[in-house]
Design a protein around this ligand. Structure first.
Ligand code: HEC
Ligand code: HEC
Length: 264
C-alpha cells in the first residue's frame, strides 16, 4: 500500500499531507491546491528502522546543526525514505532550536528533547487515555540516559577517544560539565563536540530500539528512576502527603549534596 501510494504522490508531483488512522493511509491533497489540507493526526506511521544505521547518521548530522537536530532528523529522515508522507512535509531544520539544552541554555539535553518529540509523534495523542505509552517510552529513554555510562555509540573511526560518564541527569549542563571535569576538556573543544556527536548517535539508537520494540508489541520499561528517588517521591510527589514536587529525576543530584534532609 505504501509503495503504490508513494507512486501516486510522485505522479501528482506535489508534497502532500497524508492522514493515517487505524493503519489506513489516505491522502488529503489535490494536485493543484493546498487549501483545505488538514494536518495528519497523531500517531504518524512508524516502521522498523535499523538502530545502527540511524546512529551513524545522527553522529554525522550532529556536526551540521547539533544534538536536537541530529537525533530528530536522523530518525525522521529514515521514515521519510521508508514511509514517505506525512514525513515529507516535516521541517527538518525546526529542531535545531533544542541544541545545547535549548538555544544553548543548558536545560534538557537536545538529544532527549528530540527523542521525546519523535516518540510522541509516532506513539502519542492529545487524548489522555491514549498517550500513556508515549510518556512511558520517553521516561525510559530519559532514565536510561541518566544512569548509563555514555556514550554507548561511537563510530568505527572516531576523531577522538571519548571518556564515558554517568550523568545522573537529563540536563545538558550537568551532562556536559560532568564530562568536562572527567575529560579535562573545555566545552568549546573539538573533543566535546565529538563526545556530544557520539551522544546523539547513542540517543538516536536507543530511541529507535524502543520504538521498534513498541511496534512489535514488545516494549517494556527497563529503566526506572533510582529507588532512592522513588522514596522521596512517595512523600513529595502526586498522591503523597505533601504533593509539593512533581519530579521524576534523581533528586540527589541537586538536593542534600552537602546538608542532610531535615529530621522527620
Ligand atoms: C517520609 C517522608 C519523606 C521522605 C521519604 C522524604 N521527605 Fe523530604 N520532606 C518531608 C517533610 C515532612 C518535609 C518538611 C520537613 C520540615 O519542614 O521540617 C520535607 C522537606 C523536604 C525539603 C525542603 C526542606 C529543605 O531542607 O530544603 C526538600 C527539598 C525535600 N524534603 C526533598 C526530599 C528528597 C530529595 C527526598 C529523598 C532523598 C525526600 N525529601 C524524602 C518528607 C519526606
Ligand atoms: C535539577 C535539580 C533538581 C532535581 C533533580 C530535583 N530538584 Fe527539587 N528543587 C530544586 C531546586 C533548585 C529547588 C528550589 C529550592 C529552593 O528554592 O530552595 C527545588 C525544590 C524542591 C522542593 C521544595 C523545597 C522547599 O524548600 O520546600 C522539594 C520538596 C523538592 N524540590 C523535592 C524534590 C524531589 C523529591 C526530587 C526528586 C524526585 C527533586 N526535588 C529533584 C532542584 C532539583
Amino acid at each position: 500500500m505504501q509503495v503504490s501510494r508513494r507512486g501516486w504522490l510522485k505522479n501528482a508531483g506535489v508534497a502532500c499531507f497524508g492522514a493515517a488512522s487505524g493503519g489506513l493511509a489516505t491522502s488529503l491533497c489535490t494536485a493543484t491546491t493546498t487549501s483545505g489540507m488538514e494536518p495528519t493526526p497523531l500517531p504518524w506511521p512508524y516502521v522498523q528502522l535499523d538502530p545502527e544505521a540511524v546512529a551513524a547518521t545522527a553522529y554525522e548530522m550532529h556536526f551540521k546543526a547539533g544534538c536536537c537536530y541530529a537525533v530528530s532528523a536522523s530518525i525522521i529522515g529514515e521514515l521519510k525514505k521508508k514511509v514517505g508522507a506525512p514525513y515529507t512535509i516535516w521541517p527538518t531544520e525546526l529542531m535545531t532550536y533544542g541544541g545545547a539544552g535549548v538555544a544553548g541554555i543548558g536545560t534538557l539535553c537536545g538529544g532527549l528533547n528530540a527523542a521525546a518529540m519523535v516518540t510522541f509523534l509516532v506513539t502519542g495523542s492529545a487524548d489522555k487515555t491514549k498517550n500513556g505509552k508515549a510518556s512511558e517510552i520517553t521516561r525510559d529513554i530519559f532514565n536510561w540516559y541518566a544512569e548509563t555510562s555514555l556514550p554507548t555509540y561511537c563510530p568505527p573511526q572516531p576523531k577522538f577517544e571519548t571518556v564515558k560518564v554517568v550523568c545522573r541527569s537529563n540536563l545538558c549542563h550537568v551532562s556536559v560539565s560532568k564530562w568536562c571535569k572527567a575529560s579535562k576538556c573545555k566545552i568549546s573543544s573539538k573533543e566535546r563536540e565529538e563526545r556530544c556527536a557520539c551522544l546523539s548517535g547513542s540517543v538516536a539508537k536507543y530511541t529507535v530500539e524502543l520504538l521498534n520494540a513498541q511496534l512489535a508489541g514488545e516494549f517494556k520499561t527497563t529503566h526506572k528512576i533510582p529507588a532512592e528517588a522513588q522514596k522521596c517521591r512517595d512523600c513529595h510527589d502526586k498522591g503523597s502527603a505533601r504533593e509539593d514536587a512533581r519530579v521524576q529525576m534523581d533528586c540527589g543530584v541537586c538536593h542534600f549534596t552537602k546538608t542532610p534532609h531535615p529530621k522527620l
